[in-house]
Design a protein around this ligand. Structure first.
Ligand SMILES: [Zn+2]
Length: 397
């Protein structure tokens, strides 16, 4: 598809959402004959929580450690058990020079100034093991990172009629800060894994392909996603071997990143305290980058996701913003429509201290309530609804 055709397709999608019949149905229970509603109904809060919990057994999963490598092996075994059996590993090197540069701010993909408003809280990365009161977890996180070879795992749902085109669903599996990286980014990793499970079911087929990828080295400056773009952009859409019907790198139609999905308790109060509960008006923040070559196409993709949220998400709405930043969709934004989904806007909210667990020892499973986990589940409903529609998902009879 050319970009024009892509935009046209997304516009058609939006137009279909806006028909009077659909408008009238909005707010009512969607038709039970909608196969996408059936798929979304297969998402389950307890399963999503169990997948996050499973990831936390590897502590903060810091890149370049045994606990990070063990987490990748575990993720791969889960993907295979879901029926996403064609797992592969992207290999790249994270050299000593890059590792020693992490003391300085890593190039992480911020573009353009964002206006900051209101009360701001502290931000930063905890590097002090003594701030982790749980001695078992402190021990688990003790091995330091070492430079060297790195891997990240992905698997692919192959499209039936357009196997040569794909959407990429991503999240980063590495973390840091001496906690369990439960929210950043166990919550996004589990979301992508749950969608791999649902879309790999034996009775599901999609016209286009969908790749599920769990990036490594996000926290050091997006090194894993940069390596993927560097190694694989030129392979897009090539049949290999010729005549085989196999496309090792289908043409990219969209890149959708999920990064910190749980915690939207609002702005810090003027005395520095935070609401203990998820705010009832919590939302899923869908961001594109206005200062990118494909801003118009990325924006169209963002609105398609917002419309899917209206139709398929059970509790929390979505908001679209124009400052996608500091996550693995950034290396893609000049190549393909790219968006990120988060609990809050990355710069104006998270960058202003709205998530006190961010990169801290408190980012552990036990910190979050079901209202927090449910925001992540609503993001999963949003992405599943949107990508099932865009990729042409059907249930086999
Ligand atoms: Zn993150």
């Amino acid at each position: 598809m050319t970009w024009k055709q892509y935009s046209a397709a997304v516009c058609l999608f939006l137009a279909a959402q806006a028909t009077p019949a659909t408008m009238a149905q909005r707010g009512a229970a969607p038709s039970i004959t909608d196969p996408i509603m059936t798929l979304v109904g297969r998402l389950d809060l307890e399963r999503y929580k169990a997948t996050i919990k499973g990831l936390t057994q590897f502590g903060d999963r810091r890149q370049g450690t045994d606990r990070n490598r063990a987490a990748i092996d575990w993720i791969e075994a889960q993907l295979k058990s879901y029926g996403c059996t064609n797992t592969e590993r992207l290999k790249y090197d994270y050299p000593a020079a890059a590792a020693s540069a992490t003391a300085a701010p890593a190039p992480s993909g911020s573009s353009g100034p964002v206006r900051m408003r209101g009360v701001r809280g502290p931000i930063g990365v905890n590097t002090d093991p003594l701030k982790q009161p749980d001695l078992k977890l402190r021990g688990l996180n003790t091995q330091p990172t070492a430079p060297g070879p790195r891997e990240e795992v992905y698997c692919t749902k192959i499209g039936t009629t357009r196997p040569n085109e794909m959407y990429i669903l991503g999240a980063h599996m590495d973390g840091h800060g001496w906690g369990e990286a439960a929210n950043d980014d166990g919550s996004g990793t589990a979301l992508v894994m749950e969608l791999a499970r649902i879309l790999s079911a034996a009775d599901v087929e999609t016209e286009r392909s969908i790749r599920f990828i769990l990036w490594n080295n996000e926290e050091t400056g997006l090194n894993g996603s940069r390596a993927y773009v560097a190694q694989r952009a030129a392979l897009q859409g090539k049949e290999d071997p010729p005549g085989s019907g196999k496309y090792p790198e289908p043409k990219w139609l969209g890149m959708i990143q999920h990064d910190m999905m749980l915690f939207d308790h609002g702005m810090p109060r003027s005395d520095g305290t935070m609401s203990k509960e998820q705010r009832p008006e919590a939302d899923v923040n869908i961001e594109f980058q206005m200062n990118s070559k494909l801003a118009a196409e990325s924006q169209a993709l963002a609105w398609a996701f917002e419309q899917a949220n209206e139709k398929y998400a059970s509790d929390y709405p979505a908001s679209v913003g124009s400052h996608m930043s500091n996550t693995d969709s950034f290396p893609f934004q000049e190549e393909v429509p790219a968006i990120s989904l988060r609990e809050n806007e990355r710069i104006a909210h998270i960058g202003a201290g709205w998530d006190p667990q961010w990169h801290q020892p408190t980012d552990v499973f036990a910190t979050y309530s079901d209202k927090d986990f449910r925001l992540g589940l609503n993001a999963a409903q949003t992405t599943l609804g949107a990508v099932a529609q865009l990729a042409g998902a059907k249930l086999r009879k």
